[in-house]
Design a protein around this ligand. Structure first.
Ligand code: ZN
Length: 243
């Protein structure tokens, strides 16, 4: 059977956004899931989101928040809001959840598609890819024709042709043969491209079609959970504006 993938990540413990995305996947006839990491961090439902993602039984790669929550790494180079939620999340999770996060691979390949949270140019360094030069460094490590990632929370397409790399705004796209693509699927739980709706991608492998989905969800409910958990107010506010 032809596979229709939902590629999603940067869920960041936002249960309302994740449930809305999975509802949309059912309507869209998704058959398989691929997760680009950062299941936890920033929002207030880490355990619920972890359970849902684990129950999907799909490939999941390690995000920087997953890594920091499940390791003893010093948080000094994290922004203070993110670090506060990392500490809070460590306190919420039970041992088997922490060990699940710590066991996630930094890269994965499934059905000929690669996954990485940030960039193949040092998957454990979590560098940001915002322009074609940074994408160029990544492409020298991308073996498969197609790779999905997240991390910046901004959906984007990078295309490599012979001798050049192009940045293309996120749009529904039929992938031509003979080129490589590095596609940022945006963020389910904390979009930062000015659109507060949850973001993910559907990839219809047989037809080589990429669709960028944006899904409304109950933002106020997610904000309320942040406030009830006494997490930084800024994290609630940014959900409403997608920044
Ligand atoms: Zn993230």
């Amino acid at each position: 059977m032809a596979k229709v993938f939902a590629v999603f990540g940067d869920i960041h413990s936002n249960l309302e956004a994740l449930e809305a995305v999975l509802d949309d996947c059912r309507k869209e006839g998704v058959t398989d899931f691929l997760c680009t990491g950062d299941v936890v961090g920033y929002n207030a439902c880490p355990r619920e989101c972890l359970k849902i993602v684990r129950d999907l039984g799909c490939p999941v790669v390690m995000g920087n928040h997953d890594h920091y929550v499940s390791s003893c790494r010093n948080l000094a180079d994290f922004n203070p809001h993110a670090a506060a939620v990392i500490e809070w999340t460590r306190g919420q999770l039970i041992d088997c959840e922490i060990s699940y996060l710590s066991s996630l691979p930094f890269t994965a390949t499934s059905a000929g598609i690669s996954l990485v949270h940030a960039t193949m140019d040092g998957p454990q360094e979590f560098g940001y890819v915002f322009d074609h030069l940074q994408a160029e460094a990544h492409f020298s490590h991308q073996i498969t024709p197609l790779c999905f990632h997240g991390h910046t929370h901004c959906p984007m397409i990078y295309e490599k042709q012979i001798g050049a790399v192009y940045r293309i705004d996120a749009q529904d796209f039929k992938l031509p043969m003979g080129r490589k693509y590095f596609i940022n699927v945006g963020s389910v739980g904390q979009p930062r491209d000015g659109d507060p709706r949850a973001a993910y991608v559907i990839y219809d492998q047989a037809n080589r079609l990429v669709k960028f989905r944006r899904i409304e969800y109950d933002i106020q409910a997610a904000q309320e959970r942040i406030r009830l958990a006494n997490l930084p107010e800024r994290l609630a506010e940014r959900l409403a504006v997608g920044q």
